[in-house]
Write a protein of this length. Sequence first.
Length: 299
Amino acid sequence: MNRSDFLKNTALLSAGTFLIPKLHFYQNSPFTELRNGVGMFSMRGGTIGWLVTDDAIVAIDSQYADTAADFVSGIGQFGGGPEKVLFNTHHHGDHTAGNKVLNEDGYRIIAHEQVPVLQQRTAEVQESEDDQAYAETTFDESYELDLGMETIIAKHYGRAHTSGDAVIWLREANIAHMGDLVFNRMYPFIDRNGGASIKGWIRLLETVADEADSETQFIFGHGNPEYGVTGTANDLLYMRDFLSALLDFTRQQIDDGMSREDIMETTSLEQFPDHYSPSNFLSLSRNLDIAYSELTEVN
Ligand SMILES: [Zn+2]
């Protein structure tokens, strides 16, 4: 590049920066705005959803202590407050390990009644009890929070990813946070010890897809990097189809006399060849293992 081109580009860049300061401001930021004051925050662990209104800041899930600190310091740029509320979609550490950081910043925590129970049980095993903050407000079926310009409804649909999952609906924005009820185009964690049910999960995805309309936007806990962590009801139905195929395939193999170990050798399901597996923990083999347990009701 010669000097005059360089100057021209520099001038264009500054003009651009001047005209669209927001775009420049958000470059490389973990914060993404969606609509109606709702956005998401992605660093490590389950995607955080957020809402900022004149009166309140709402967070959905809290990731880890270090990334939660980045969330707390960064969300201020969008205004909002003074009321601060944190919903947990379920108890897993990559969604609740930042609870304490948000709680100390004034967020009160709301979750399904199973969340603190399972969170505490896990913390005892991992000897991380001092790092926890638990929901002080819990609900069984649903919980509604009226914030004037937005109404938030946390709703439990029965056992699925765990026994304490909630979908967090932001009614006016027509956005719902699915927590880990959607692993978008990747092999999910099915927490059988935490009360998971593949059959319940299939029913849940159908019900939630039915409750949505074509404009509903969904936030997912985790996603294949190619597909991301937002989507539509069609993505819920795609995941339903994967879980149905997982159960059908495993049932067929059991009927054919295959052992658990043989079934777990399968490397991909025909209809879902490009499902993403970031680790052995999130793999088809682990999914088949859990499907086998669910279908034979043994551990
Ligand atoms: Zn989870």
